[in-house]
Ligand binder design. Structure first.
Ligand SMILES: [Mg+2]
Length: 230
């Protein structure tokens, strides 16, 4: 019987993508808007790709209407370039992730999904290179909402469509590497497990009070016990 809906963030949680991801966004912004804004130095961690695009272009003085006009073009340019440029060696899996996903996927009491600031096209491509997509039958992405805090409800609805089960908030576990993952879990009173494999330290994550915190996911048994009991 299904007991937990487990939603994974991608960047900093499942994997790390080399700097070519940032460079690809810079190339797309420059091609479409003629400026990269402050994309070279802007903090992307835990943010929706759409929010990042607006923030870096506003920094260059572009207004909302100008950005919105070409938003779909820049999105598809970025995804297209990423698919062309990203190589398997640009993607580094986090410690313990293959074992954790394999073991979780064999359990009958959990269903896995994605909850990420990536667009679906770019997020799925990052997962395709290390062959992780089959673990995630569905997800909630930057295409689905502008604010990350709106994604949990969308993921819960998609889990219902897939499994027929309507997960209660306390049965939802959101796993991520930033305060934004913790905050979005809190918006629906879901559980949050934070992991310090991204740019946030354990101390920084702890100050946002996740339900559980790991340095990394190398101890599969301990992580799974936490996920099913949190
Ligand atoms: Mg992340």
């Amino acid at each position: 019987m299904l007991k937990k809906l487990v939603l994974f963030d991608i960047d900093g949680t499942l994997l790390l993508v080399s700097n070519s991801n940032r460079q690809t966004l810079i190339d797309a912004l420059t091609a479409v808007y003629g400026t990269e804004g402050n994309a070279r130095s802007h903090n992307f961690a835990g943010k929706m790709d759409s929010v990042i695009i607006y923030e870096v272009l506003k920094h260059a003085g572009l207004n909302d209407d100008h950005i919105a006009e070409k938003f779909n073009t820049v999105k598809h340019t970025y995804i297209g370039l990423l698919k062309k440029k990203l190589r398997p060696e640009d993607v580094m899996l986090m410690k313990g992730i293959p074992e954790l996903l394999q073991t979780l996927s064999e359990r009958k009491d959990v269903v896995l999904g994605l909850l990420t600031g990536n667009f679906e096209g770019s997020g799925r491509h990052k997962l395709e290179l290390p062959v992780l997509n089959h673990f995630f039958p569905f997800g909630a992405f930057a295409d689905d909402a502008y604010h990350r805090n709106d994604l949990p409800a969308i993921a819960v609805q998609r889990a219902h469509n897939l499994t027929g089960k309507r997960f209660k908030a306390e049965e939802v576990v959101i796993i991520g590497d930033t305060e934004h993952d913790i905050n979005c879990a809190r918006t629906i009173q879901a559980k949050c497990i934070a992991v310090a494999t991204g740019t946030y330290s354990s101390e920084q994550l702890n100050s946002h009070r996740p339900h559980a915190l790991f340095d990394n996911f190398s101890d599969t048994e301990k992580v799974i016990s936490c996920i099913v009991n949190v």
